[in-house]
Design a protein around this ligand. Structure first.
Ligand SMILES: [Zn+2]
Length: 137
């Protein structure tokens, strides 16, 4: 679904609601298994490691590292003037948990794998999109 500016907004489900709305309270909410303590993303109703259904959102630190990225030079969406960076970031809590996001407040020439980033939220209607920016040293 595209908003009037052409940006694609996520469809919020019961399981993803905490993820998409936590940003209104400045919280990055990631599902976590209460049985084995694994972090789980995207949010689903059971832990893929131990199969427990005792899963639910917890607040993560919002700190992550760039695992992979791509610099987009094509103006796909008016809300994202090129060039912009689409990245997979791995959470500091568990590097196997990756979010696909956009990097903001950064020079596209300075992006590198392993770069420390932190979450910022871009509020759009009823969702707060988790985006990431470089951590200032
Ligand atoms: Zn588990």
């Amino acid at each position: 679904m595209a908003d009037p500016e052409g940006r694609m907004l996520p469809e919020v489900t019961a399981e993803s609601r905490a993820f998409w709305t936590g940003g209104f309270e400045q919280e990055l909410r990631i599902y976590r298994c209460q049985a084995c303590r694994s972090w789980i993303h995207p949010p689903v109703g059971a832990c893929w490691r131990c199969r427990s259904r005792d899963v639910g959102p917890e607040v993560a630190s919002g700190r992550a590292k760039v695992a992979a990225y791509s610099i987009n030079h094509h103006p796909w969406f008016p809300a994202f003037p090129p060039p912009y960076v689409v990245a997979a970031v791995e959470l500091d809590e568990d590097p196997s948990v990756r979010l696909t996001t956009c990097l903001v407040d950064c020079d596209v020439d300075q992006v590198e794998v392993g770069m420390a980033v932190e979450v910022v939220f871009d509020e759009q209607d009823d969702v707060a999109l988790p985006l990431f920016r470089p951590v200032m040293a």
